[in-house]
Design a protein around this ligand. Structure first.
Ligand code: NAP
Length: 436
């Protein structure tokens, strides 16, 4: 029997569990740990609340969990309740699937001003992550600046722009929906330090901006390269740039009905977040690109007004004492998922914050191959029985998958009309919802 502990119950964790199940069948036992009493990580608290079809992938993880050899072990904080070293004593392989939950800093003055947030915090707020439920962003001003040209920037801009009606069928949490209902934001600037050909936004997500009830995207025609230069782009990127071209061609007459503008400001690198106490703007420097697509400042600066700033510029994993970490890349130092003997990583903890949910599947299967090469038939470790003894001795309040299903049922029962669930945003509430 092989015993595997996976730390983190998001997509990377569950795809790894599924891979182990497929690889070894009954000859493996997998425990999937999470610090929260609820599973699915980024699916629950990262994927946009209005992207329910993407969230549907959690049904697949539920199937993985339906066999006895994979179990969810929630409400256990690795490092506090049990250490990595202790898990390594108990399991043949410990896999870090802890994602990249921390915002990469922009590294400019003013990041600490009021109403300046990283996307991990802001997205966590509207998705009900307990750590960010009390963020309380001030939406009473009119101008939001979203820094970054990736899909997270699009998610944030879209959520700020949607009407309560457009969010009705989403699982955005009540505190965020109420705040957005009262929002005065009417101008959203998306700042990109490079140009339209360098965006990291995908076509489907960009296309959504064309169909918003009260918001309209704007791209300055002068920012767009000559059309024939699009021929050199990958097909997906060409499609994305096609959307930007269509935004640039929207007639002013059409804009008249749309009180919110989502403006793309390209070749604009943030230099200083301006304000006294509260943020009032972002000073940017115009950039120019060299032949390799690298941006450098031109010396021309201007200030974009901002009552709210959200940086959407990427994430970093959380280092763990004693585990080799690549600070510059914000992920664990690893060789194809191997960190140290018996210790592995997958997903964003392995490769950094890139790719879609599905990218984690081959990642999980790849790491299971490596584990198979390294551990053979297992070393006769105590596995989950050993963990259960330790949990009992330490009086850990472990939340099981069956408990989660009770919490989930409560979340579904208290959903507003048309919404799939109303999430609990407090760990204590989650545990109480489990009942006895
Ligand atoms: P991302 O795709 O890596 O984009 C980060 C953006 O931030 C880039 O435009 C980057 O510009 C910019 N940036 C980085 N540092 C900056 C700085 N100091 N100043 C100004 N701009 C800076 O990251 P993400 O948007 O966080 O997304 C993470 C991953 O999740 C991506 O793979 C994304 O596709 C995925 N995701 C997918 C979906 C979906 O499929 N619906 C939704 C959300 C996220 P440069 O290019 O110049 O570095």
């Amino acid at each position: 029997m092989r015993h595997i502990a996976i730390i983190g119950s998001g997509p990377a964790g569950y795809y790894t569990a599924e891979a182990a199940q497929k690889h070894w069948g009954d000859e493996v036992q997998v425990d999937v740990f999470d610090m929260l009493p609820v599973p699915y990580g980024l699916i629950r608290t990262g994927v946009a609340p209005d992207h329910q079809s993407i969230k549907g992938v959690s049904k697949r993880y539920e199937t993985t969990n339906s066999l006895e050899n994979v179990r969810f072990v929630g409400n256990v904080m690795i490092g506090d309740d049990v250490t990595i070293a202790e898990l390594q004593e108990l399991y043949d392989a410990v896999v870090l699937a802890t994602g990249a939950p921390n915002d990469k800093p922009a590294g400019v003055p003013g990041e600490g001003l009021d109403n300046v947030f990283g996307s991990a915090a802001f997205v966590g707020w509207y998705n009900g992550h307990p750590q960010f439920a009390k963020l309380n962003p001030n939406l009473s001003g009119q101008h939001a600046v979203v820094i970054g040209n990736g899909n997270v920037a699009l998610d944030v801009a879209r959520i700020l722009a949607k009407t309560p009606g457009e969010l009705a069928g989403s699982d955005i949490v009540a505190h965020a929906l109420h705040a957005l209902q009262k929002s005065n934001i009417e101008h959203i600037t998306i700042l990109g330090r490079r140009g339209p050909h360098q965006i990291a936004m995908t076509p489907k997500e960009l296309g959504e901006l064309s169909h918003l009830e009260r918001a309209c995207p704007r791209v300055k025609p002068a920012d767009l390269p000559a059309v024939d230069e699009d021929l050199f782009l990958e097909p997906g990127q060409r499609k994305s740039v096609g959307h930007l071209r269509s935004f640039a061609a929207i007639p002013e007459l059409f804009r008249a009905d749309k009180p919110i503008e989502i403006e793309f400001d390209f070749f604009a690198s943030p230099k200083v977040i301006v304000g006294e106490g509260q943020v009032t703007g972002v000073e940017v420097e115009r950039t120019a690109l060299d032949s390799t697509g690298r941006a450098s400042g031109t010396g021309e600066t201007y200030v974009v007004p901002a009552s709210l700033v959200i940086t959407c510029i990427g994430y970093k994993s959380s280092p763990i004492p004693g585990v080799p970490f690549e600070e510059s890349a914000g992920r664990f130092a690893n060789d194809e998922g191997r960190i140290l003997p018996g210790l592995y990583c997958v997903g964003w903890a392995r490769r950094g914050p890139s790719g879609t949910i599905g990218t984690n599947r081959p990642d999980g299967f790849g790491v299971v191959e490596k584990i198979g090469e390294d551990i053979g038939a297992g070393a006769g470790k105590a596995g989950r029985t050993g963990f259960d003894k330790l949990a009992e001795a330490r009086k850990l309040d472990v939340v099981t998958f069956r408990d989660w299903k009770k919490i989930e049922a409560q979340e579904e029962a208290r959903a507003r009309d048309g919404a799939p669930r109303e999430k609990f945003v407090d760990v204590g509430e989650m545990i109480r919802a489990r009942g006895d």
